[in-house]
Design a protein around this ligand. Structure first.
Ligand code: GAL
Length: 666
């Protein structure tokens, strides 16, 4: 599989000429403006089904032919979308089964998008037909560059077709043996012994919602639905355009189905990035965004991803849609590239005139001309991106990883107990990620079943559920020389949410960590735990594991709770490696101190050796070093050696980074 598909960074975004079919002079103006904005690509046709197939079996590709030709004439790459995200009214009217049924059991009426059943044979057939037509028509078009399958797949359907498929799927997993299911789902609890698979249905608010194993099974099923729907979509594309890469755009930490699984089916991972850059703590927003980029980059072992959407100015869906300052858009785009993006794309090229998203930011405003702040910022960025060919296709090799796993997030959400309001799994992972990120140490963010052998350090926060084989994998990793870090509630349940017996963490992990967790304490909202480690006091929140020491050496102890004096930080040598157990939910300061110690011990190289001011981060990708200022103030930096500014050719050692500024050095 290739690492890059084009020699330049893709710069473009969602383009909806189908909305301007009655004012086609706008199309020519778009071409002129795209040239001026240094845009080299357009994503076309995402929501155009009602124009392309206005009646069942009647196809109208004239408009798309024209647009593809125009874009080709202007040297733009076309990312062509399949239109399944929103169906035409005739389809819903004629075949009501294509409409989604909500958890309540009510079938939706026509409207909005992502309002379709993922199982419906009719919907799959109709999507298959339109996708085949598109592939047949444009397979040889020189502008066709990539397939954008649907748009942000999401949601679930509870109709009878889906219920039936769910039951069949369960049957298959449990060899058609209902007793196997009863055992795995702990059917003796609350009289839940099923006698037939027909008694099973999706988790529902007004039905079964207290069986965590059912909730996990449903999420896996919803994942399976999306993947099989996607596979149906791409069948004609693969058949007719085998050389054209396929992607489907994802949404940050959206967990209704497993993105890590879905990513295996795409040629290139793509995601839509909408951070709240105007929030008071810009550095934390930058950290969260970097974390997300690294999740998507890590899905394919570091292969570059596409940032399929972002806004060049503002969104329209927050309560307050505050305008970002100048420079922020450019900085955010450069951050994406620094973290592995081979594209900077927008929703949207031009603001729609009507409809729900007419006030969403776009490169071209209703005003329509190029002399706006946003347009000028975009064009300036486009020029900079044209100088980044060196970045394209390059991977980052990280020696550290944070485990952040979609399935585990479901299990964490599903249990009842402990601190019920403090179970933000992604935030827990991000906290450990930050310990590497702020020190400019490259880090991958991987699912729990990934091969860990290439990593020197693996942090596994809140690893509550262990998929089959993960216990052994972690043991092997440490045995062979790895450093593993765990936090409260590690290794508690198996993939079906059955608790491991014989003490936590599961099985041999007790030997790996050299401790056993006997109890877990939940703190009140404003309560803090207090820990003494290395002569310094640290504070934690939410959860504390009460550990029974084994072979591990206690390095830190609790100063709070009835368990004061018991181990809060332990280190165990196991095989050629070591395993740390941090029995409290530590804050940034402890994580930073512990990680720094291990980073030094293991000799992990940061991307830059100079000390950077707070709020300034660095990231190396390929030969280029990106320094980014998220501090909201001008910053002076002093580099450890002379670099060349890759964009201007100037030689730099000491530099002033303006507010929202960045440098790309070589
Ligand atoms: C995305 C979506 C786009 C547009 C955008 C607005 O999630 O894919 O079609 O709605 O949000 O921010």
């Amino acid at each position: 599989m290739k690492d890059s598909y084009y020699e330049h960074i893709i710069h473009g975004g969602d383009y909806n000429p189908d909305q301007w079919i009655d004012t086609k002079e706008i199309w020519d103006e778009d071409m002129r403006l795209m040239d001026l904005a240094h845009v080299n690509s357009a994503t076309v046709g995402i929501f155009s089904w009602s124009l392309t197939e206005p009646e069942e079996g009647v196809f109208n590709f004239g408009w798309l032919d024209e647009i593809m030709d125009k874009l080709q004439a202007h040297g733009k790459k076309v990312i062509l979308a399949t239109p399944s995200g929103a169906r035409p009214p005739w389809l819903a009217e004629k075949y009501p089964e294509v409409l989604r049924v909500e958890e309540s059991g009510m079938r939706n009426e026509f409207g909005v998008r992502h309002n379709h059943c993922l199982t419906s044979p009719v919907y799959r057939e109709k999507v298959g037909i339109i996708n085949r037509k598109l592939a047949e028509r444009y397979k040889s078009h020189p502008a066709l560059f990539m397939w954008h399958v649907s748009n942000e797949y999401s949601g679930e359907c509870h109709c009878e077709l889906c219920q039936q498929a769910f039951r069949e799927w369960r049957k298959k997993e449990y060899d058609n043996d209902i007793e196997k299911l009863n055992f795995k789902w702990w059917g003796g609890f609350w009289s839940h012994r099923y006698t037939s698979f027909s008694q099973i249905s999706s988790p529902k608010f007004r039905g079964e919602n207290h069986v965590p194993a059912l909730k996990l099974a449903w999420r896996r099923f919803v994942t399976d639905r999306h993947i099989s729907f996607y596979e149906n979509e791409i069948k004609p594309l693969r058949e007719l355009t085998p050389d054209i890469p396929v992607t489907t755009n994802m949404m940050r930490f959206y967990t209704a189905f497993d993105y890590q699984k879905m990513s295996e089916k795409t040629d290139i991972v793509s995601w839509d990035n909408y951070p709240e850059w105007t929030a008071p703590d810009m550095l934390s927003v930058a950290c969260e965004t970097a974390f997300a980029h690294d999740i998507f980059r890590s899905m394919k072992n570091g292969k570059p991803f596409y940032m399929m959407e972002s806004t060049p100015s503002v969104v329209n869906w927050r309560t307050e849609n505050k305008l970002p300052e100048s420079g922020v858009h450019e900085l955010a785009a450069i951050q994406a590239v620094a973290h592995g993006a081979d594209s900077v794309q927008y929703f949207q090229w031009r603001k729609s005139r009507g409809g729900h998203e007419k006030f969403h930011g776009a490169v071209v405003d209703h005003y329509g001309k190029e002399d706006t702040r946003v347009f000028k910022d975009t064009a300036k960025l486009g020029e900079a991106l044209e100088k980044l060919d060196k970045a394209v296709g390059t991977r980052t090799k990280a020696k550290a990883a944070v485990i952040c796993d979609w399935e585990n997030s479901w299990a964490v959400e599903a249990y009842c107990g402990y601190r019920r309001d403090a179970r933000d799994y992604f935030r827990s992972c991000q906290r450990w990620y930050r310990g590497f990120w702020e020190r400019s140490v490259p880090v991958d963010v991987v699912p729990m079943d990934r091969d860990l052998s290439g990593y020197d350090i693996v942090a596994a926060p809140y690893l509550y559920m262990l998929k089959d084989g993960v216990e052994e994998k972690l043991c092997e990793y440490v045995e062979n020389g790895g450093t593993l870090i765990a936090t409260p509630l590690t290794g508690i349940v198996d993939r079906d949410d059955l608790c491991f017996l014989g003490g936590f963490p599961a099985g041999r992990l007790k030997d790996v960590f050299g401790v056993m967790c006997e109890e877990t304490d939940s703190l009140y909202k404003d309560e803090e735990s207090k820990v003494l480690y290395n002569g310094k006091e640290y504070f934690g929140r939410d959860l504390c594991d009460v550990l029974r020491p084994g072979t591990a050496k206690t390095e830190g102890t609790f100063l709070s709770g009835f368990y004061a004096g018991s181990p809060a930080v332990t280190r165990n040598v196991f095989g050629k490696g070591q395993a740390f157990y941090t029995a409290f939910c530590a804050g940034d300061d402890f994580i930073a101190d512990l990680l720094l110690r291990i980073i030094k011990e293991k000799g992990l190289e940061p991307d830059i050796n100079a000390a950077l001011p707070k709020g300034v981060t660095a990231r190396k990708r390929g030969e280029l070093l990106y320094i980014m200022n998220f501090s909201r103030e001008e910053q002076k930096i002093s580099l450890e050696k002379e670099y060349t500014n890759h964009l201007t050719g100037e030689v730099i050692k000491d530099a002033v980074l303006p507010k929202n500024g960045y440098l790309i050095l070589i």
